[in-house]
Design a protein around this ligand. Structure first.
Ligand code: HXC
Length: 521
């Protein structure tokens, strides 16, 4: 009869063997293949992302129970996805990481159930979900069961939306309906050259449209970061992508009932910046880079830009002000003169709704000549799309502070967090111009007849423009109506916006009770 120790040791050994088998995923050769493609393995990614030794795996010993098409001979512990929880800079997160070395990371019943399990736990416990995607999509052998498993995830993406932050990192293929899970999360990060996303791949596109594209052209990281806006961030490689996740989560609360993290730093809250006084050119048609303004105001000059390469006429992203996480929405006069168009409205609207859902105050920096004119914009639905941005600002109840640096013209004045849409504290620089339109356009409309009959029409027009500028191209009429709360010296902007957000710290504002609004989708 074996002694007690021998029996226990055998059981321990069995557990360790199974765990080791699970850790190996698809085996050494497939791991080597993964590395050859310049990709880390699913497990390496999890370990790099999470704080050292914080990862606790769940369902490492789960496997599929299918025998279709020879699957009974391809059983891998873990079933092609690593799931569990851990910490990023001390903040609890749930994570799944698809393992391409196991059946191409394909998703079926068990794989999907594992993801759903951690999503359910994340929702109950109020923790962010990070998904590292590297998958050939629905596991063909498991047929419709795979499709059902995807739908189970989509449902959870939707139910979690606005409750816990969801971040997707695309680190390999992501095709077909599989793309809709990342699309429903809050942020998508794509790795350059090794990841792609499309509903139908290059072969189908060629058959249907006779157009030839590589995977990279059709759905690579830069395509989605610059053309479609599907990707919020691009990364040079896997490590870089994981660093972006860490930076991003440092600005986010764990859930919608939590405050965003407050990170003290030694940048003085009253730091003045004289250069801001002269940053706006005297000529209203001359551009300047709004990034410079953001960097001068933000703690330590740090700004995590979201959607950097898409709809560059508006800038959105996160910074800290006096240690507090703040979402920044800023018109960019250096691109399309800072006009609002379809894409910039969608970009900023979605960002504002994210910030509002997660209690992140919003700073708006405004220099906007209006909505972009043109048939392309009209036919593309600038009305509905512009309304998304307007709706997002109107609906948001987080602290909202605006600084108008130069132009606040037309409908865009209303949209960009004016007092009328519940801006809490609205400041203007002395260079601000709040008007229905610029002086030239206004004079052409109001004084057309007078200019036409003048002896020297050009001279008369110039005089009228100067007069109009004198009368309206400043912030003082708006100030006289309380449409702005104060005209401030630009150099003092950092101090004033930090004071404003401190003041608004305990702001309470509510929308009428409803099932949900009908955002102009
Ligand atoms: C089962 C799959 C698979 C899948 C890959 N594999 N995708 N197994 N179901 N969907 C397996 C391969 O058979 C192979 O196994 C291993 O994973 C690695 O794949 P390779 O083809 O050798 O790798 P690579 O050359 O890098 O090509 C990767 C790939 C290709 C581009 C992803 O595998 C591919 O095209 N796969 C099919 C993609 C697809 O059509 N998926 C369905 C999309 S529709 P062996 O054992 O041979 O090494 C979809 C619907 C979702 O997902 C709907 C939700 C509503």
């Amino acid at each position: 009869m074996k002694n007690n120790k021998e029996i226990i040791d055998k059981k321990l050994q069995k557990m360790r063997d199974l765990q080791e088998q699970s850790r190996l995923g698809g085996g050494e050769k497939r791991i080597a293949d993964q590395h050859k493609k310049g990709k880390l393995t699913a497990r390496e990614r999890v370990e790099l992302l999470l704080d050292r030794c914080s990862f606790r795996e769940m369902d490492a010993l789960a496997y599929h129970h299918s025998s279709e098409f020879g699957l009974d001979k391809q059983v891998f512990l873990g079933d092609g996805v690593i799931t569990g929880f851990g910490e990023i800079d001390g903040q609890k997160v749930f994570i799944f990481s698809q393992d391409f070395t196991v059946l191409g990371g394909s998703l079926a019943a068990e794989h999907g159930r594992k993801i759903c399990k951690i999503m359910d736990m994340a929702l109950k416990n109020g923790c962010p979900v990070i998904g590292l995607n590297d998958s050939g999509g629905a596991r063909v052998q498991e047929g419709v069961i795979s499709l059902g498993a995807y739908a189970d995830i989509f449902l959870r993406n939707t139910l979690s939306s606005g409750v816990v932050p969801q971040i997707s990192v695309i680190m390999g293929p992501c095709a077909g309906g599989a793309v809709y899970s990342p699309a429903m999360t809050d942020f998508t990060i794509m790795v350059k050259k090794t990841s792609y996303m499309f509903v139908t791949g290059p072969k189908v596109v060629k058959t249907v449209t006779h157009q030839d594209f590589t995977s990279e052209e059709l759905g690579g990281a830069m395509t989605h970061a610059s053309k479609s806006g599907v990707a919020h961030f691009t990364a040079e490689n896997d490590m870089d992508a994981l660093e972006i996740v860490k930076k991003l989560t440092s600005y986010l609360p764990a859930n919608n009932a939590d405050d965003p993290p407050f990170l003290q730093n030694d940048d003085p809250t009253d730091r003045a910046d004289e250069e801001l006084n002269y940053i706006v050119p005297a000529n209203p048609n001359q551009p300047y880079d709004m990034h410079d303004v953001i960097h001068k105001i933000a703690d330590l000059g740090e700004f995590l830009e979201v959607h950097k390469d898409w709809a560059q006429n508006i800038i959105v992203g996160f910074c800290r002000l006096g240690g507090r996480s703040v979402g920044v929405v800023a018109n960019q006069p250096a691109f399309l003169a800072g006009c609002l168009d379809i894409n910039s409205s969608r970009k900023a609207g979605r960002f504002i709704r994210f910030c509002d859902a997660f209690n992140i105050p919003i700073l708006t920096l405004e220099d906007v000549p209006g909505f972009l004119p043109g048939a392309e914009q009209e036919w593309g639905g600038i009305i509905t799309n512009g309304a998304k941005l307007l709706y997002a600002y109107c609906e948001a109840t987080v602290p909202k502070v605006t600084v108008i640096t130069r132009k606040a013209y037309g409908g865009a004045y209303d949209v960009m967090n004016s007092k009328h849409v519940r801006g809490d504290l609205n400041f203007a620089w002395p260079t601000a111009e709040l008007a229905v339109m610029g002086a030239k356009g206004a004079v052409e409309i109001i004084f057309k007849k007078e200019i036409d009959v003048a002896d020297d029409p050009a001279k008369r027009e110039a005089e009228l423009i100067a007069e109009f500028d004198d009368k309206f191209a400043h912030p003082y009429i708006a100030a006289s109506y309380g449409y702005i709360d104060d005209v401030i010296e630009p150099s003092q902007t950092r101090r004033r916006v930090i004071e404003a957000f401190n003041l608004l710290e305990n702001k309470v504002d509510k929308n009428p009770p409803k099932k949900h609004g009908n955002v102009p989708l």
